[in-house]
Design a protein around this ligand. Sequence first.
Ligand SMILES: [Zn+2]
Ligand SMILES: [Zn+2]
Length: 275
Amino acid sequence: MIRSDIHVHTSFSSDCDEPMENQIEKAISSGLDILCFTEHMDKDYPSDPAKEVGGVPEFFLDTDSYREGFLKCRDKYEGKIKLLFGVELGLQPHLGKWSEEYVSKYDFDFVIGSVHTIGHMDPYYSAFFEGRSEADAYAQYFTEALEDIKAFSDFDTLGHLDYVVRYGPNKNRDFTYSAYGDLIDPILRLIIEKGIALEANSAGYRKGLGEPNPCMDILLRYKELGGELITIGSDAHRTDSLCNDFARLEALLLKCGFRYHAVFEDRKAALYPLG
Ligand SMILES: [Zn+2]
Ligand SMILES: [Zn+2]
């Protein structure tokens, strides 16, 4: 059994209403040993002004308040569960220098690098797919993701590598690794070279893809290219999504040939056995 969930949101993220304490209580009652919060920090997100709070754009994390809330909870739940302080940082090609400064300013345990915007649009919104084929939109996603990582690579795991297929008009119905292999391989090679892990994000099951993000064929290709470091997270924005489908995901990772998953503390990986 996987006894950690290291991709979890709380009300410090602008798309989440779940208080931190609720996530912790649920994690304890589910038998978890480790919970890592990874709140959204997407600088220069193409925010809807209507969703700004107090002039602060959507997905811009008040990191000091988050840290303060985290430390209070860590004290309160000491001895009951290990809590880790992480962030899910939105990557964009022009944010390299800003991201480096941001990450070095805080004592994060774990940094997820995630591609949520492409050409200043979030594929979550259907406008991203308007006026072009799904294949073009997916190709643009993987092309820019590589540019993002070339611009900034001080993160520990690459979040939900095929995020874009969650929101395509046909989702993953026509999506295969091989159709985009020329674009995905350089990403996998680059993270392996830089010692960055690949996240297996179980939200894909929750979102009806029948697969994690990324899909099994991408996980297999990562392994084939020499990748060994896998992190596991549910991307829960509510307590009922915590650890969702972890047993199914664990079975799939074992089938791919992985024997361990990594949990980062103080930006260093510790390995835990699968199975
Ligand atoms: Zn994400
Ligand atoms: Zn997330």
